[in-house]
Design a protein around this ligand. Structure first.
Ligand code: HEC
Ligand SMILES: [Cu+2]
Length: 309
């Protein structure tokens, strides 16, 4: 695409190609409609201008065939655009579990990335090429929006919850990360760079970071330090659920409803324990809101996830 349209933005991910196709198709439909309407207008302006000798007899009466066919044709056209857009939207915003999971914490004014191996980066993200990467995004303060134009992915990061998005980069290189939600005076500087590397180079990069504790291991330490293990362990005298096998399972709640234990659920359990209780347990889980940073939460969640199998 860039070959014959130099101003076309770079495309370096599967989602980029998919969004390009949709964008070009919608642009094509719009151009077609504009040309038809403006073309007819100009034609009538010229042909029937004052003083022209065009015949004004034989006025065509309105016919139902015409009315119905153009209405149905545009309806079908727009429904087609809608269905296509909806399918792409759902595909993009319902991430697969991914071969690599990275946590992203947005704060005024930087992006902090945490790899499962415990490596951290500020305003930079290293990933291997041709790998499905799932991002779990959190905000420490205000609403930010994580945007990688070359991948055509964008996700608002709302404080108080977790968002997910995914991508599969197809070309090695470096690509801009931007915040697209006005988030304070330094908003314009809240940028970064994704570096897409060959898998071998990525493996070397991970090693060079000199990290010895994985995110889950760091989470285990937080789990102990904040007394979670005092209740959530086999040795505990409190009747509390064990974390083993929790992630990804279906949890039945006291009120009869159930929820899948994804990252968002785990986060709610820790910060909003009073809003729901796991069926069969006493509602004694303490409220940890205000006591744990987004970083600690990310570690705790990584730890609980590591106990999934
Ligand atoms: C005083 C004991 C106690 C402490 C300390 C405690 N919890 Fe809990 N927790 C419970 C109990 C009891 C439940 C089940 C009832 C409920 O949901 O409120 C629970 C539920 C949970 C659940 C939902 C489990 C499920 O099966 O769905 C998670 C996740 C959780 N706790 C994580 C933590 C984390 C992380 C910490 C430390 C930051 C922690 N808990 C500290 C007692 C505790
Ligand atoms: Cu921001």
């Amino acid at each position: 695409m860039q070959g014959w349209l130099p101003f076309w933005p770079r495309t370096a991910a599967v989602s980029g190609e998919v969004v390009n196709a949709l964008y070009i198709a919608e642009l094509g439909i719009c151009v077609l409609i504009v040309l038809t309407v403006v073309g007819l207008m100009l034609r009538f302006c010229l042909v029937y201008r004052r003083g022209s000798s065009a015949s004004r007899a034989n006025l065509v009466a309105k016919t139902w065939q015409w009315e119905i066919s153009w209405t149905v044709a545009t309806l079908v056209l727009f429904l087609f655009a809608f269905v296509w857009g909806a399918v792409v939207y759902i595909w993009l915003y319902d991430p697969p579990s991914g071969e690599l999971q990275i946590y992203v914490v947005g704060k005024q004014w930087m992006w902090k990335m945490e790899h499962p191996g415990g490596q951290r980066e500020i305003d930079a993200l290293h990933v291997p090429v041709n790998t499905t990467v799932r991002l779990v995004l959190a905000s420490q303060d205000v609403i930010h929006s994580f945007f990688v134009p070359a991948f055509r992915i964008k996700r608002d990061v709302v404080p108080g919850t977790l968002e997910t998005i995914w991508f599969k980069a197809t070309k090695a290189g470096t690509y801009r990360i931007e915040c697209t939600q006005l988030c304070g005076v330094q908003h314009a500087n809240m940028t970064g760079e994704v570096t897409v590397m060959e898998p071998a180079a990525f493996g070397r990069w991970l090693k060079q970071q000199g990290v010895h504790e994985s995110l889950a291991q760091q989470g285990e330490a937080v789990f102990r330090e904040h007394g979670c293990s005092g209740c959530h362990s086999t040795a505990s005298t409190v009747h509390a659920p064990l974390m083993n096998g929790l992630y990804g399972s279906l949890v039945h709640l006291q009120d009869g409803s159930s929820r899948v234990a994804d990252e968002r659920y785990l986060r709610d359990c820790i910060l909003l324990p009073r809003t729901f209780t796991v069926a069969g347990y006493p509602p004694v889980m303490p409220d940890f809101s205000g006591q744990l940073s987004e970083d600690d939460l990310v570690k705790l969640i990584a730890y609980i996830k590591s106990l999934a199998k």
